[in-house]
Design a protein around this ligand. Structure first.
Ligand code: FAD
Length: 257
């Protein structure tokens, strides 16, 4: 059932300060809208007051300094795919972006939206986890940096207050020399939601592995692959997901050895 359009209010942010002020008045941000509009179309968008942050220029850039590559929250998948520095130093971001949706979704969808939408099946979170990303959360009163591995706390539960906007994502430039590995297993290669998504880094005996679609939140693996707790759902079974995760781990260890 479609949503009743007049029941909704949508305003456009003039700039970042305006957006932050309106969040503290109960508005929620809409960026590319590729998740929000799906809910809207299905008549499942409960919240009624929205502010578009899409045209805020200070949220869309990829910046490089000696320690970090920093992405504004509005960085699109297309921006990620076109970035030479991400291709060179954080290729798993480019691979995740290339395997996300189709061209239209890649042009409109943002990395900030992918993080805050908090789907356990999203494709950039495993890459962000292995690269030890940090996210900046800003309100009209203060801003703070949070380690991305601590951001997701439960299914769609995040360390993010209602009046906070995710403004930046930064990636520490310390994975030079590591081998990078990314696999998305879905019903087909593109335009499919992951059944399992795997990101891995390796330097000699040291490995960093993260997975999506194997639990309520994207997961940075601390020990053995058997620690994951995949579930049965409409897209796959827990048993299949566990087997795929083990196979991907084997492939990762093989191709990076
Ligand atoms: C056809 C199609 C295919 C898709 N394929 C994939 C896929 O393969 N892989 C995948 O991972 N995803 C996929 N998606 C989902 C979606 O495109 C991504 O999650 C996208 O990154 C969402 O970004 P957005 O800017 O469009 O978010 P929006 O829809 O604008 O927002 C999503 C949520 O995040 C919040 N939000 C957005 N930006 C911020 C911010 N800066 N700070 C705080 N909160 C914020 C919003 O309030 C909302 O709750 C697909 C979607 C469609 C429609």
């Amino acid at each position: 059932m479609r949503a009743h359009v007049p029941a909704y209010e949508l305003i456009a942010a003039r700039d970042l300060l305006h957006a932050l002020a309106m969040l503290s008045e109960g508005y929620r941000p809409i960026a590319g809208g590729t998740d929000v509009m799906v809910l809207f179309e299905a008549g499942k968008l409960d919240h009624k007051k929205w502010i578009s942050i899409r045209a805020i220029p200070e949220l869309r850039y990829i910046d490089v300094d000696p320690d970090y590559v920093t992405l504004g929250a509005l960085t699109s998948y297309t921006d990620v795919r076109r970035s030479a520095i991400l291709a060179a130093e954080f290729p798993l971001m480019a691979e995740a972006a290339a395997l996300t949706g189709g061209i239209a979704t890649q042009n409109r969808g943002t990395i900030g939206g992918n993080i805050v939408n908090a789907s356990p099946a999203a494709d950039t979170p495993p890459a962000l986890l292995v690269y030890d990303a940090e996210v900046e959360l800003a309100s009209s009163i203060a801003s703070r940096w949070v380690a991305y591995r601590q951001f997701h706390q439960g299914y769609k539960v995040m360390d993010l207050a209602a009046d906070e906007l995710l403004t930046r994502i930064r990636l520490p430039r310390r994975f030079d020399g590591w081998k990078h590995f990314y696999r998305k297993v879905g019903t087909r290669r593109a335009q499919a939601i992951s059944k399992v998504c795997f990101a891995g880094l390796r330097l000699g005996d040291e490995t960093r592995v993260a997975l999506g679609s194997v639990g309520p939140i994207p997961m940075l693996l601390e020990g053995e692959i058997s620690a994951i707790t995949p579930i049965d759902d409409v897209r796959s079974t827990a048993r299949y997901r566990m087997q795929v995760a083990k196979n991907l781990m084997e492939e990762f260890l093989h191709v990076t050895s």
